[in-house]
Design a protein around this ligand. Structure first.
Ligand code: C2E
Ligand code: CA
Ligand code: CA
Length: 521
């Protein structure tokens, strides 16, 4: 694949990573906001229950204190107003919230802490109060003296007498309870319900309970017909703002972190080692044929990488990565392992003496353990079956100072050497005389220029002439047309390789290729 393709693949990698991170961020945002709102919702519900509980406890306390103050006055209901009215007045003055204390005898109020002696049926003051009960609480829209200010009527019956007892009117205001609720901007109002009547916060009017809007939460005071109700919403706008803002902040962080992790994970070096471990590499073998007969002569092992996400990655891309990441040695050793494994089956069909070419990186040649690696590989291969060729690009020779020594050692070990991609590097001709090559592989770029009146044809002519003089075998790679093959044969190229004869094949396909060739003769 050309470099542009590799770069494109790289760009699409990056785009995919960016998309994945963005999707992770969005999913996290949605989940985070939902969970946070749910938790806040539960917290607010609990807080509202607490608020109702505190308010009702407070009211209960007020009522209990009042009852304690009023209960000793029961004895006065047997006495005349004139004898107790002063006492009544001072009691009312010293008790909190009391508007008036009335003494009731036989259903009639006859003495008031506010106005002294008078006579009025208690029902006229508080029509809903049940005087037959020991204790009764009602909500009044007003009292005779303050007809527009709501009050609570507390009736405490004298246990020994019918419809006699103390009736106290008490100032009622929801302000203290609203103060408690002021920490909760989501609570817009409260109501106190007593029997069928209700007092709504913010108003000074007593309304019928059925005229109240639906409440958010309510709590009944135990042992009373009193109920506190809350109005508003469970969540405040600030709860939504907070959830959205923290969600946004965290999801940005999560996005950035996943981008970083994905970037690190896709680190090609890591991926190559992982690919080796997970068995993502395999080898394909491309046949080489003799010219002009077209008889099978050898095979070139070409490494393939099937990435679990990216699919096929061309060797042009991953070999240079492996070299850049210092991983070409483990990768070539993996190639050795794969070839040795395939060779067990291949040697059953492929004739003895078949040339088996492997591409080696110059970095590996320079490695101190190179010779051990090669010896170990040869020991793994079927004995005396293949004839080995190492293909080395001419560019590498510029860098490798000990090339001559290594080449001599390879020859001692019966490994032939091919100069690969000939004509694409610099000062190519110098190397031909300097080193003892066995094969010269003409780069497919040259072969493809055949018949296209470019300047490369005369260069190719000169190279082939030199090769003949040096007694080198020549392999033309990338032969795709009969015309190219005919042109090369005419100029004395000894071997051909290219799609015209066969593409690189998996071992099973290679075996059928050899069977077919054997049948053809
Ligand atoms: P190369 O050594 O020049 O290998 C020949 C390349 O030409 C192969 O590409 C092969 O598939 C392709 N080819 C063969 N016949 C034709 C044809 O008729 N037309 C066209 N257009 N192409 C043809 P591939 O397999 O993609 O390998 C590319 C390069 O990757 C190789 O070039 C080689 O330099 C490197 N490579 C492949 N396998 C290995 C390996 O195991 N080790 C090392 N170090 N390098 C490898
Ligand atoms: Ca090659
Ligand atoms: Ca080539």
């Amino acid at each position: 694949m050309p470099l542009s393709g590799t770069l494109k693949r790289h760009a699409s990698y990056s785009r995919r990573i960016a998309w994945s991170s963005a999707i992770i961020g969005v999913v996290f945002f949605v989940l985070f906001v939902l969970v946070l709102l749910m938790l806040t919702w539960q917290k607010r519900v609990r807080q509202h229950e607490q608020l109702l509980l505190r308010s009702s406890e407070d009211l209960q306390q007020v009522i209990a204190t009042l009852e304690e103050t009023l209960f000793p006055l029961q004895q006065y209901t047997q006495l005349s107003c004139s004898s107790v009215s002063r006492e009544l007045t001072s009691r009312a003055a010293f008790a909190d919230n009391i508007r008036a204390i009335l003494l009731v005898r036989d259903g009639n109020a006859y003495c008031s802490s506010a106005t002294g002696a008078f006579l009025l049926p208690a029902r006229n003051i508080t029509p809903a109060s049940e005087l037959g009960r020991d204790r009764d609480i009602q909500l009044l829209p007003g009292t005779p003296l303050l007809p527009t200010r709501p009050a609570v009527a507390l009736w405490l019956k004298n246990p020994g007498a019918q419809e006699s007892g103390i009736l106290a009117t008490i100032n009622i205001s929801l302000t203290p309870y609203q103060l408690l609720a002021s920490y909760h901007p989501e609570i817009t109002g409260m109501a106190l319900v007593i029997g069928d009547n209700a007092l709504l916060s913010g108003t000074q009017q007593v309304v019928h309970v059925r005229d109240l809007p639906p409440a958010l939460a309510a709590l009944q005071l135990p042992g009373h017909t009193l109920q506190f109700r809350l109005y508003g919403s469970t969540l405040a706008p600030r709860d939504y703002h907070l959830a959205l803002l923290t969600g946004l902040l965290f999801s940005l962080l999560i996005s950035a972190a996943s981008w970083l992790i994905l970037q690190l994970r896709r680190h090609p070096g890591r991926e190559i080692l992982q690919g080796i471990r997970r068995g993502e590499f395999h080898v394909e073998y491309q046949p080489l044929v003799t010219a002009p007969e077209g008889r099978p002569y050898g095979i070139e092992a070409l490494l393939r990488w099937t990435h679990p996400v990216e699919g096929m990655i061309p060797p042009d891309a991953f070999i240079s990565y492996a070299e850049a990441q210092n991983l070409i040695i483990p990768l070539t050793r993996h190639l050795f392992t794969l070839v040795a494994r395939d060779a067990q089956a291949l040697c059953q069909q492929l004739p003895r003496g078949t040339r088996l070419s492997l591409n080696l990186s110059p970095l590996h040649l320079a490695c101190s353990e190179f010779r051990q690696h090669v010896q170990a590989w040869i020991a793994d291969m079927p004995a005396d079956h293949f004839s080995y060729v190492f293909e080395i690009t001419e560019r590498s020779m510029v860098r490798e100072k000990n090339a001559g020594e290594i080449f001599a050692w390879l020859h001692e070990n019966n490994v032939k050497i091919a100069i690969d991609d000939f004509g694409t590097g610099h000062s190519a001709l110098i190397y031909l005389e300097k080193y003892p090559f066995d094969y010269l592989k003409i780069d497919r770029g040259f072969v493809q220029s055949i018949g296209t009146e470019t300047l490369t044809s005369p260069v190719l002519d000169a190279v082939l002439l030199l090769a003949k003089k040096l007694n080198l075998k020549t392999v033309a790679e990338g032969v795709e047309t009969r015309d190219q093959a005919a042109w090369l044969v005419k100029r004395g190229v000894t071997h051909l390789q290219g799609y015209l004869f066969s593409r690189p094949l998996r071992p099973e396909k290679l075996l059928s290729y050899y069977q077919n060739q054997a049948r053809l003769g």
